[in-house]
Design a protein around this ligand. Structure first.
Ligand SMILES: [Zn+2]
Length: 1223
């Protein structure tokens, strides 16, 4: 195993000497207190300690003594650094960072690491440092930075001993970021790893199952949960949580049928969960919801009561209690419960909604409006538009009602005072609880509060009664005839109010739950007799310590009781949102770290490095950032109960995050163990401590790594000289240039920024008149010139007399009507805008659901969509006037412009035309194209791969209706692409040059999108703001669009049309460089590279004469690097006694990829014994193989090339003299 740390022994020894010197100097000069020093043994022990021990210190034989030692070491290092005025080896800071990390002093660890980072240019070689830094960022929920640091570790050291811990955390962070694909990949990578880990396999499996649930893949989730239950010796806590999830899922999902059936499954699961963990307030709460849903009111109350007793009362619980009361016709109790809910969580949309409904039912529209406004303001409000309509309706209506009367009943602000302030309530509860031990003053207070309480109770009862009474008359004030909307609405309103509360119960909103309340009425009749005061939850007269807390607002809890794990978790999860938001929205997240240690300003000054240029003017502002967080309760999701959020019919990303966050934060504790799955009952009070900003820094890329350095060093001729004819032992490690390369980084925005008037450049276009134009060589050069990110070749089809009719929908149906079509269901939007589904704001994310159909069926859809639009066009013409009227009324609704609702459209995409038999005529027609644009040609790198890469070296077809969108992307491995519009309609293109991809990548990250994997549609305003030039043009039928290497682009159909497209790899230095860079970037990002660049490079060396010296050098360098890797790995295997079995390869054998991590595996294939016997050959890379089987006993190593052969290919690959690179 590679050593990934700094050589600590050296550092420690150096320190020892330093210390002695310092000590001597000091003693003689000042005679102060004796400085600390470390013994030889201590130094030795410390030598083994770095970030990799994080989470395992306790497992160490002697945890307590280790901690003492670490503490002493920190004091020694600090005093040394202080005395040396910060002028110590950079390694000292790294080590100090490790020690502080292991002591869980995160802020000190961060500043020490930052100091190391600023001093050590090649910090990226130090995996232990990157890992420690990642852990600190993770602790602070600075996921953006944590992800970067962790990915760097795996890039520089794929066999890092804590890879499992990293994958686990990446999985959790990506889950929070809603990047589910990446999340799953990392969880799976964590799961196959048999190295020790702070979480058990069961817990990782739980996270995977929960990931399915989060994505609403309920059947997969159910399967995964149930499989987990089969695990032998499943820890009770995991078991309880799994059962809880299963129960709640059955309650919410349509897995099993009608409501009664659902609950008949859900309830036993929850009961079993409570058997495994009787103290889970969450399970009790869920059980309450289940009982409530089937009308078992008494059981529901009992369960809610239990929930409140067992855990922190949550806003969810109180809201649900309120609903139950309201259904029981106990409006006052309902009111109180709702108010408890919104006191606990002011952003609890469901509780505000219900409170609004309650007020409405009591004919207090003004109060209802206030509640609805509060609900609408909540980020978790899912039905803003309905709500807005309701508010508007009430506003119109209530103006009327209020006209003639002065309503004296309490407006919503007064609710708080009526309800007693939380502080007073808390005080009251405390006094009640200690009734027997009160002094006279306190007794007096208690009496006062009690009487006040009773008074308020009575008052409210009276007022609500009045309100109910009034409702009848107030409605009679009559509709406003000028507003038809109102008059109909008023009728509805009248109907609603006249049936009173009972009717309004239908609209009650349970916390993030989709359970329809329609049936509630039928239960009401049978249960109205029961009195809530008796069987329900008396939150006024009884007192329990646990209830006390429930009434305390979140803010006051955090600073107070550190043992209150639950509160901490909630608070922290609140904060995660904010943190993420801060982290991503912080404009200068490329800047330097700024952090001071509060308790030792002198040291912190040193750690920060006063003289260091890194310290900007902003430094001082951030000094105060380190403090235990005092959270304001602004954003607590509906789901303090994780799963309740998950279960919602239309979960907001927020609410799904919540669950994961609870789980994530618990990992912050190095010894988190079981609590992680539960999301509650976390004992680690430190989790709630945080720094406001991630305070992080990666230096701007231009400073550390020229973007070329990915794996190609420009001085490769020297390397080549040094390693010529490597021979048997020739591939020594003396080739320094072949050492580790720094992790790739996206390019920073080109400097200087383009002036604003240059941001809409004209699109490079060429008009063809005849065939000769098309074959004119400069056309090829023009297209591949890196200065032209895109070229539109106008009139190509006409010039070449291409029969585009072969790709018309009619011909396609005739040729292969049953051929499969991938369908993307999208929202029809204006081409240059992308709105969220409610039309409220412009966003980058553009979701589209995937499904499949046939050419025939899509053709039908395409045709009927066309006819429908003709019809609509006609209707529009006649109704034009009405339409514009409507628009003006709706726009005054809210201050800003609103879009939508959007029509849904279907885009037929990625239709595979690779089959030469099925698509003979079509494919043959394309051979008429000039060579450089052809699917297959000698000058096309993709023709040298030797096997099919679907959609890249084969043709794909797209069938479109207006609005069909190909979201933003670069082509696979940055290859060029050719796209021909078949027509009859046009397409609109948006194109951004390659060197701006880093800027777009940043935007994606800020929007929680995966640049490589997610669907996104850039906001043109953002791009303009960031000085990103955008080429924009229309592609007409017969036009060919050439997308140059690395160009970012997105396309929308203007009319009904088909397109065909494929990739091309021109034999240029630029293409090869960008392809390799993307290959490395994909590796860093754990994304598969569709083009196997290693395999391709060897084929190029065998088959192509390269005359461009730059291109030649790059290829040669790559070959050398691979050769060295093969040789080193082979020698290591043989030295370890592992047999390397000759396997060879067939001619057209595709390149191999690791079946686990999807990196390309070249030459030495690690194949499981089993699959080797079965000849199915499941290939692993070495790192994945070693994760499942450390000494590779479960694997055979198959060799595909003889080293001698590779050396020969390498040596025979020479620079060709001819001037033209290819035909
Ligand atoms: Zn692998």
């Amino acid at each position: 195993m590679k050593s990934c740390g700094v050589s600590l022994t050296t550092a420690a020894v150096a320190f020892g000497d330093e210390a002695k010197k310092m000590a001597a100097g000091k003693a003689s000069r000042e005679g102060e207190e004796e400085p600390l020093s470390l013994t030889v043994e201590e130094r030795e022990a410390l030598g083994d300690m770095d970030s990799r021990l994080f989470g395992f210190v306790r497992l160490h034989e002697d945890g307590a003594r280790t901690k003492t030692l670490l503490g002493k070491a920190v004091r020694c290092y600090e005093s040394l650094i202080l005395k040396a005025e910060g002028k110590v080896e950079s390694d000292f800071f790294c080590q100090l960072g490790h020690f502080n990390l292991l002591l869980e002093d995160y802020s000190k660890a961060l500043s020490a690491y930052q100091r190391y980072y600023s001093l050590q240019a090649d910090y990226w070689k130090n995996a232990a440092f990157l890992y420690g830094l990642g852990l600190v960022y993770f602790y602070y929920n600075a996921f953006h930075w944590a992800i970067k640091a962790f990915q760097d570790v795996l890039y520089v050291d794929p066999s890092f001993c804590r890879a499992k811990e990293i994958h686990l955390r990446l999985g959790l962070m990506f889950k929070v970021n809603t990047d589910y694909k990446s999340s799953l990949k990392h969880f799976q990578l964590a799961l196959i790893d048999c190295n020790p880990c702070t979480l058990s396999s069961a817990e990782i499996q739980f996270h995977i199952a929960h990931l399915y649930e989060t994505q609403r893949k309920y059947h997969s989730a159910k399967e995964a949960y149930e499989q987990l239950l089969q695990t032998e010796n499943l820890p009770a806590q995991v078991k309880a949580t799994v059962l809880q999830q299963l129960g709640w899922m059955h309650h919410n999902m349509d897995l099993v049928g009608d409501k009664a059936t659902k609950e008949s499954y859900a309830i036993p699961y929850l009961q079993k969960s409570l058997e495994a963990d009787p103290n889970s307030g969450q399970s009790w709460y869920f059980l309450g919801r289940c009982y409530s849903s089937i009308g078992k009111v008494q059981d529901a109350f009992v369960s809610y009561r239990q929930s409140i007793d067992k855990s922190e009362a949550s806003a969810d619980t109180w809201c649900s209690i309120g609903v139950l009361y309201q259904q029981q016709n106990q409006p006052m109790d309902a009111l109180q419960a709702y108010i408890c809910a919104v006191q606990l969580d002011h952003g609890h949309a469901a509780a505000w909604m219900d409170l609004g409904t309650l007020y409405e039912s009591c004919n207090q529209p003004q109060d209802a409006i206030k509640c609805y406004l509060n609900a609408a303001r909540s980020k978790r409000c899912s039905n803003t538009s309905t709500l807005a309509a309701r508010i508007k309706f009430l506003q119109n209506g209530s103006d009327n009602w209020n006209g003639g009367q002065s309503l004296s009943h309490h407006p919503v602000q007064q609710v708080y005072s009526l309800c007693l302030t939380p502080q007073k309530l808390q005080h009251l509860e405390q006094l009640r609880a200690n009734r027997d031990n009160l002094n006279p003053a306190q007794k007096h207070q208690l009496e006062q509060l009690e009487s006040q309480f009773v008074l308020m109770q009575q008052m409210r009862h009276k007022e609500v009664a009045q309100g109910l009474h009034k409702s009848q008359s107030s409605c009679l004030s009559g509709p406003n005839e000028e507003q038809p909307l109102f008059s109909t609405g008023s009728a509805q309103y009248h109907q609603a109010t006249s049936t009173g509360i009972k009717k309004s119960n239908e609209h009650l909103t349970l916390p993030s739950n989709s359970v329809p309340q329609g049936d509630a009425d039928s239960h009401l009749s049978s249960h109205t007799a029961t009195s809530g005061g008796q069987q329900g939850i008396m939150f006024t007269k009884e007192s329990k310590p646990s209830k006390n807390r429930s009434l305390v607002p979140e803010t006051s809890r955090h600073t107070g009781d550190p043992s209150n794990g639950c509160a901490d978790v909630k608070g922290l999860s609140n904060h995660v949102h904010q943190l993420i938001a801060d982290a991503v929205s912080s404009p200068n997240h490329g800047d330097s770290p700024n952090l001071l240690i509060a308790d030792n300003p002198q040291l912190s000054a040193l750690l920060i490095g006063k003289a260091n240029g890194n310290v900007g003017t902003g430094t001082c502002d951030k000094v105060n950032n380190i403090h235990p967080a005092v959270h304001t309760k602004t954003d607590h999701s509906v789901a303090s109960s994780p799963s309740s959020a998950i279960s919602t019919a239309t979960p907001s990303p927020k609410s799904t995050e919540q669950r994961s966050i609870n789980s994530v934060t618990s990992l912050n504790s190095p010894h988190s163990g079981l609590h992680t799955v539960n999301g509650e009952g976390l004992g680690n009070s430190q989790s709630s401590t945080k720094v406001d900003l991630p305070l992080v820094s990666h230096r701007s890329t231009s400073q550390i790594i020229p973007s070329m350095s990915v794996s190609i060093c420009p001085s490769s001729t020297e390397v080549l000289k040094a390693c010529r004819n490597p021979g048997k032992n020739g591939l020594s490690n003396s080739c320094i240039l072949l050492d580790k390369c720094p992790p790739p980084r996206p390019p920073t925005s080109p400097y200087p920024p383009l002036p604003k008037d240059k941001l809409n450049p004209p699109t490079p276009s060429i008009y063809l008149e005849n065939k000769r134009d098309a074959f004119f060589p400069p056309l090829h050069q023009f297209c591949t010139n890196p200065k032209n990110p895109v070229t539109v070749i106008r009139g190509l089809a006409g010039a070449l007399k291409l029969d585009l009719g072969l790709f018309s929908t009619k011909t396609l149906v005739e040729a292969n009507n049953e051929h499969i079509v991938e369908v993307r269901t999208q929202l029809l939007q204006p081409a240059d805008e992308n709105w969220d589904p409610t039309g409220t704001k412009k966003i980058w994310r553009c979701e589209s659901n995937r499904s499949h159909t046939t050419i025939a069926k899509y053709a039908q859809y395409q045709a009927s969509s066309f006819q429908e639009s003709l019809r609509e066009e006609n209707e529009k013409r006649t109704q034009h006037k009405d339409h514009s009227d409507n628009e003006s009324t709706s726009s005054e609704n809210s201050g800003r412009r609103r879009k939508g609702p959007f029509k849904t459209i279907k885009f037929g995409t990625n239709i595979d035309l690779s089959d030469n038999k099925k698509w003979k005529l079509q494919l043959h027609e394309l051979t008429k194209l000039p060579a450089f644009a052809r699917v297959v040609s000698a000058g096309n790198l993709l023709s040298h791969v030797g096997h099919t890469i679907l959609g890249m070296n084969t043709v794909q077809l797209y069938m479109k209706v207006p609005g069909s969108r190909t979201p933003g992307h670069q082509e696979n491995n940055n290859f060029c692409s050719v796209n021909i519009n078949i027509g009859p309609g046009d397409c609109e293109w948006f194109v951004v040059p390659e060197d701006y991809w880093g800027v777009l990548n940043d935007f994606c990250e800020k929007n929680n999108l995966n640049f490589l994997m997610s669907s996104w549609w850039p906001n043109l305003e953002d791009l303009y703001e960031a000085n990103v030039p955008v080429y924009r043009f229309i592609q007409r039928p017969g036009d060919l669009v050439w997308i140059n290497a690395g160009t970012v682009h997105w396309v929308q159909a203007v009319g009904w049309c088909n397109n065909i497209a494929w990739n091309v790899g021109p034999l240029t230095a630029c293409q090869y460089k960008l392809a390799v860079e993307r290959y490395e970037w994909n590796k860093l990002k754990s994304v598969k590279s569709p083009v196997p660049m290693v395999h391709l490079s060897w084929n190029m060396a065998r088959n192509i004469k390269v005359s461009d010296p730059k291109l030649f050098e790059m290829i040669k360098y790559c070959l050398l690097k691979i050769l060295k890797q093969c040789q080193t790995l082979r020698e290591a295997l043989v030295a370890a006694g592992k047999e390397v079995i000759w396997h060879g390869r067939t001619n057209d054998e595709p390149a191999h990829y690791c079946s686990i991590c999807e990196v390309e595996v070249f030459n030495l294939l690690f194949v499981t014994n089993e699959s080797n016997t079965q000849k199915t050959y499941i290939v692993h890379c070495q790192d994945c193989a070693r994760k499942t089987s450390r000494s590779l006993e479960n694997f055979v190593v198959l060799e595909q090339y003889k080293i001698e052969d590779l050396i020969q290919v390498y040596d025979q690959f020479t620079l060709a003299l001819s001037l033209s690179s290819s035909s």
